[in-house]
Ligand binder design. Structure first.
Ligand SMILES: Nc1nc2c(ncn2[C@@H]2O[C@H](COP(=O)(O)OP(=O)(O)OP(=O)(O)O)[C@@H](O)[C@H]2O)c(=O)[nH]1
Ligand SMILES: [Mg+2]
Length: 314
């Protein structure tokens, strides 16, 4: 690493906001590998909290209140709001910014919005790296808000130490959720908009479902009710998050999570790198269209094309 890189790393480790912002931009544009290597040894201390749920359940509102709770305890905080770029919930970016405005003047909170680039739900490509940066920069907790649409919630669960699944009455998403099996990823259920009718119903449904299909590990996910707009119930969410953290440390749970996380991440990085190395550089300038045409015309088949590009399996 050259001196300027080293200086950059040191600034990030000291929590310098401009250096952090620059680092995030770098990893978002696919650069910053040298930087991440320098930061990685200092990361791994933050509590990474994933907050997911259908569009409009109140994730941003809750995250802001939760951040307030953590700040009151003196913790430094990172917030990553992953905004879907889909027409599904257009305006989410603006919404998040406005709702978290109160936090933007707080020096102890670092907020960043990221776009998923066309994916409907799930994570933005650089989310993992952004977490590493904020973690190394000394954030005690990092909250990641993602819009969950079915199976994509699994992405955030893999990255986070703990996953909060939010629901709200009247959104009709409970049935959809059971189908997708998303429920298994939740360490904590939060039924928001408890001020609205129907919250008890959702609570009963979740509790009933948890009793029929208990988790494999010993943690029993609590089901909490909140009214994020007034902040009611939010301190309980924080308490349960901390209880889970302590619990995960006592059992092998958090270690097991981290092991799974880095295994998946490693495979993903390998996949990316191998793809770039082997395929991307051989598929320049319309090569893919030419190959597709050959397949369509029966002059070749996809299996042979793949073998030609990357070689035969041994
Ligand atoms: N009545 C009521 N409204 C709420 C509550 N929490 C949030 N809202 C409102 O619900 C709307 C959506 O809240 P957000 O916090 O933006 O929801 P979100 O899940 O972040 O939405 P996306 O990021 O677009 O998926 C806003 O108008 C909030 O004011 C609540 O507890 N009760
Ligand atoms: Mg939001």
């Amino acid at each position: 690493m050259h001196d300027s890189q080293k200086e950059w790393v040191d600034k990030i480790l000291a929590g310098d906001r401009r250096a952090i912002a620059r680092a995030i931009s770098a990893v978002e544009s696919g650069e910053g590998v040298a930087l991440l290597k320098g930061l990685f040894p200092q990361a791994g201390r933050a509590y990474v909290i994933g907050v997911t749920g259908s569009p409009g359940v109140g994730k941003s509102t809750l995250v802001e209140k939760l951040a307030g709770e953590y700040r009151a305890g003196g913790a430094r905080l990172g917030i990553v709001a992953v905004d879907p770029t889909s027409p599904f919930s257009g305006g989410a970016i603006l919404g998040d910014r406005i709702r978290m405005q109160r936090l933007t003047t707080d020096e102890g909170v670092y907020i960043r919005s990221m776009a998923t680039r066309g994916q409907l739900g799930g994570l933005a490509p650089a989310t993992h790296d952004v977490v590493t940066i904020l973690d190394a920069a000394g954030c005690d907790a990092i909250i990641i808000e993602t819009v969950g649409v079915g199976q994509d919630e699994v992405d955030v669960a893999r990255l986070a130490d703990v996953t909060v699944l939010m629901l709200a009455p009247g959104l009709g998403d409970d049935v959809q959720m059971f189908k997708a099996g998303v429920i298994e990823i939740a360490d904590l259920f939060v039924i928001n908009k408890a001020d609205r009718p129907g919250a008890e119903r959702v609570e009963q449904d979740i509790t009933a479902m948890l009793s029929i299909a208990p988790r494999e590990d010993v943690w029993r996910p609590p089901v909490l009710k909140t009214t994020a707009t007034t902040g009611e119930g939010v301190s309980q969410v924080r308490k349960e998050l901390e209880r889970f953290r302590a619990f995960g440390g006592q059992n092998d749970l958090s270690l097991k999570r981290r092991r799974e996380h880095w295994r998946a991440r490693l495979l993903e990085l390998l996949r990316q790198r191998l793809f770039q190395k082997v395929v991307a550089e051989r598929l320049r300038d319309g090569t893919i269209d030419r190959l597709v045409q050959e397949i369509l015309e029966g002059r070749s088949d996809p299996y042979s094309v793949v073998e030609d590009l990357v070689g035969k399996n041994p």
